[in-house]
Design a protein around this ligand. Structure first.
Ligand SMILES: NC(=O)c1ccc[n+]([C@@H]2O[C@H](COP(=O)([O-])OP(=O)(O)OC[C@H]3O[C@@H](n4cnc5c(N)ncnc54)[C@H](OP(=O)(O)O)[C@@H]3O)[C@@H](O)[C@H]2O)c1
Length: 311
């Protein structure tokens, strides 16, 4: 495993991080989730991402239990706040931030998270109130650093203008070969501000593993067999992904390794947060670390995906 510094923080996160959306505490049973966490540790993965709303607290609860045998200083734990936990509990007000961090810590069985992230922007709470509350959470020692997910450039700039408040060290955007919106503005403006990228769905929810052949039913037990994974399963996208397979083969890589090496090629990315329903997937994906892609290969990938990438 290799590690990269997360923005201006002192956190050294593994280039592959392990997330828990739709998996642990939700669709992946406990023993298999435990095997995934153990394999992640064995492979040197030290970065675990979750959110209060994943399984309405169930992901945090299971992760808290599965991480409890490990020394707290040996892993970097990130969670998030914003999405509804009940009809009255949502958003980024001072009251909610304090209430939700306490609930998350209890479920995660720890005194602090390394990274507390705003899952989205809250248009109903003054930004100053949110930044003050996040500063209080860090001052209390319940979180070491703060981050945001999918905030617009305008909001990132506005948060940065509060000079007396705690600064963000991380941004969590969707980013993959197929989804590159954050390349437009967010990457550069974050780099200037010492904010690192920890990107989600780097495999486009599994589509970039090449396992979804166009015109056939998704493999049983795969995510697409159980839920709609929107635009990524359109036929032209699946056909293009099949055309990437020979490129991966030529480089002696599996398709997920090629997709993750592509993401990690961007040095502004601190970690690619994968999901995994089986430990073997983590093993295969972790082998993308250290793979260098030359400019010819990057151009070839762009040609194959021409017209299909969300930019
Ligand atoms: N900030 C946000 O708003 C936001 C949103 C979404 C996610 N996230 C974070 O990002 C994490 C990753 O998102 P994601 O789960 O969509 O990521 P992903 O890595 O793009 O997709 C993960 C899924 O692909 C399949 N897969 C992974 N490796 C594979 C392999 N080697 N071979 C075959 N299939 C493989 C597995 O699903 P199956 O085996 O079930 O097919 C796995 O659960 C989440 O857990 C969460 O922590 C954040």
């Amino acid at each position: 495993m290799l590690y990269r510094r997360l923005g201006n923080s002192e956190l050294n996160v593994s280039e592959i991080g392990l997330g828990s959306w739709l998996t642990y505490g939700v669709s992946v049973e406990r023993d298999r989730a435990n095997a995934c966490v153990r394999r992640a540790f064995d492979l040197g993965i030290n970065f675990f991402d979750t959110a209060n709303m994943y399984g309405k607290g169930a992901a945090e609860s299971l992760l808290g239990e599965l991480l409890s045998p490990y020394r707290r200083e040996d892993y970097i734990l990130a969670t998030k706040v914003f999405h509804p936990m009940s009809k009255t509990d949502f958003g980024l007000s001072r009251e909610q931030i304090h209430k939700q961090i306490d609930a998350s810590l209890k479920r995660l069985k720890t005194d602090y998270v390394d990274l507390y992230q705003c899952h989205r922007y809250d248009h109903d709470t003054p930004l100053e109130e949110t930044m003050e509350a996040l500063s209080e959470v860090v001052a209390s020692g319940k979180a070491r650093h703060i981050g945001f997910s999918e905030w617009s450039p305008r909001r990132i700039r506005a948060a940065d203008a509060f000079r007396d408040q705690i600064r963000f060290v991380s941004s969590q955007p969707q980013y993959s070969m197929l989804y590159r919106k954050c390349e437009r503005e967010v990457f550069a403006m974050c780099r200037r501000r010492g904010i690192g990228q920890i990107v989600w769905s780097p495999l486009a929810q599994g589509v970039l593993t090449g396992k979804y052949a166009p015109g056939t039913r998704p493999p049983e037990d795969s995510r697409a067999a159980n839920r709609k994974i929107d635009r990524f399963t359109r036929k032209p996208v699946l056909q293009a992904v099949q055309k990437l397979l020979p490129i991966a083969e030529r480089l002696s890589l599996s398709m997920p390794q090629l997709a993750l090496a592509w993401v990690l090629d961007k040095k502004t990315v601190s970690s690619a947060i994968i999901g995994a329903s089986r430990p073997e997937q983590i093993e295969q994906n972790a082998a993308a670390v250290g793979v260098e892609l030359d400019s010819g290969t990057l151009a070839e990938i762009d040609d194959v995906l021409d017209g299909l990438v969300r930019k």
